[in-house]
Design a protein around this ligand. Structure first.
Ligand code: KG4
Ligand code: ZN
Length: 343
């Protein structure tokens, strides 16, 4: 049994967690910074980095206290080393290096995207490799064949905005607070998803890539027209995103015989998206797995779990490992125009 301390600070959530190789989360603490960034309608990197510096040490003490373990009891320290806002990434990575140095335990530099990608296996012991992963977060919208730890084949990515970014931009246009995803989901409950005619960019195209910029512009026009209620715009926007994700994922399923479809990343917290993809998996005869909502948005439990997966394979890192703003899961994948680099 291995015990891993996970640290995360790549965007606007500061988090520490203790996770065991037998899938027990002994403790987890997450502090979001939504309020600090809300006046700006998006994450301000400088504010985020400073907040991580102030918050992270107390969270480490908190999880160790809650789990009643000493830092010397951990088998390794796993810290996000990218991709993300570089000032923030450096906070958890350097904290991880300091703890590894002080305790003499190995450091595991975790790719934040691998954290999301492997997170379903923390709560679903039956989920084996390979699986088709729809990774939908604030900075990424990708379809990946997950073949094993550190072994990814990218089938598709976004040519402009990420899915979460589209939610955040649409929310801003509707005057909703940041982050936009939960706010739109709430408003959409009282709206008609068919009320506003909105485009489904790239739906039906031969490659499973994504595009959301045109959808955002259409939302802008719908808001400006004054002809629709915010509820109807929110519901119609959410439906358009659902339709895009389902169509693109359906196409990608045709090029992999992976027995399961998995959805992860912050946008996977959305109930309409979860249920539409569950239906797709069922109709295609594939298994389906999605982590609970708290494990979809950024957290250190998924980083600790990716640490467990790497540690059990003997994959640890030297203390001079760099922080990386950009760090694709499939390094061999071709760059697609406009693809985001955030986490
Ligand atoms: O994975 P995450 O916490 O951070 C990144 O690594 O980006 O994802 C954050 C993104 C934000 O864009 C947020 O609006 C979106 O996930 N999100 C949602 C929901 N909850 C969070 N999008 C749609 N519906 C939700 N319920
Ligand atoms: Zn993330």
């Amino acid at each position: 049994m291995a015990l891993i301390l996970g640290l995360e600070s790549s965007c606007d959530d500061t988090s520490a967690a203790l996770v065991t190789s037998d899938r027990r989360i002994l403790a987890q603490a997450v502090v979001g910074q939504n309020q600090a960034h809300q006046p700006y309608g998006g994450v301000v990197p400088e504010i985020a980095a400073r907040a991580h510096v102030e918050i992270l040490p107390a969270l480490v003490e908190q999880v160790l206290g809650e789990a009643k373990v000493a830092v010397a009891d951990v088998d390794a320290v796993a810290a996000t080393a990218g991709p993300g806002l570089i000032g923030g990434v450096m906070v958890a990575l350097l904290a991880g290096k300091g703890l590894a140095l002080a305790t003499g335990k190995p450091l595991i530099a975790v790719n934040h995207l691998e954290g999301h990608a492997l997170s379903p296996r923390l709560v679903d012991p039956d989920l084996g490799f390979p699986y088709l992963l729809l990774l939908v977060s604030g900075g990424h919208c990708q379809l990946l064949e997950v073949r094993g730890v550190g072994d990814y084949r990218r089938l598709a990515t976004t040519i402009d905005d990420a899915a979460g970014e589209a939610f955040d931009k649409a929310a801003k246009l509707l005057g909703l607070p940041y982050p936009g995803g939960p706010a739109i989901e709430e408003l959409a409950k009282n709206g008609d998803p068919a009320a506003v005619p909105l485009p489904r960019p790239l739906v039906g195209s031969g490659e499973p890539h994504f595009s959301f910029a045109g959808l955002k512009s259409a939302v802008q026009r719908a808001v400006a027209s004054g002809s629709y209620s915010p509820e109807d715009i929110a519901a119609s926007f959410q439906q358009a995103v659902v339709d895009c994700l389902v169509d693109r994922t359906h196409l990608a399923l045709g090029s992999t015989d992976a027995p399961a479809l998995v959805v992860a990343g912050g946008v996977a917290a959305n109930k309409a998206i979860r249920s539409a993809l569950a239906e797709l998996a069922e109709s295609e005869g594939r298994g389906f797995s999605v982590p609970p909502a708290w494990l979809c948005t950024d957290n250190a439990a998924m980083i600790a779990w990716a640490g467990v997966e790497r540690f059990t394979q003997g994959l640890t890192d030297e203390l001079d490992v760099p922080a990386r703003a950009r760090w694709p899961l499939d390094e061999s994948a071709e760059k697609v125009r406009g693809a985001g680099v955030k986490a």
